[in-house]
Design a protein around this ligand. Structure first.
Ligand code: ZN
Length: 111
């Protein structure tokens, strides 16, 4: 297991597991505009993740969009490469978050 801190917020994507993204306000497929919506926040170190969704005009956080396969923004990650288990239990997830002292989002990434 490795833990890493980043100077700036980054996007943790699931790599080859990427399965698309939907608008959190209206549920429409957001894949078409998501890439463009990432550009401005990315250039600014993802300080502001709010964006106006072209599908419904709602203000949504890029972090709260419905990533079909989990993805997240953050500055801290705990990584386990090629874990020899199918998944962690909810209890283990809570324990890890408790140890770290902040809620965590689990991302199964494949590269
Ligand atoms: Zn929408």
């Amino acid at each position: 297991m490795t833990a890493s801190f980043e100077d700036e917020v980054r996007f943790y994507d699931p790599g080859e597991n990427w399965s698309g993204v939907e608008c959190s306000a209206c549920g429409a497929d957001a894949e078409e505009w998501w890439g463009d919506a990432m550009d401005a926040p990315a250039a600014d170190g993802f300080k502001d993740l709010n964006t106006k969704a072209p599908c419904c005009g709602g203000t949504v956080s890029l972090n709260d969009l419905r990533y079909i396969w989990p993805a997240a923004f953050g500055r801290f990650a705990v990584e386990a490469r090629n874990p020899d288990i199918a998944d962690t239990t909810e209890e283990q997830d809570l324990k890890i978050a408790e140890c770290v002292g902040t809620p965590l989002r689990k991302i199964w990434a494949r590269y």
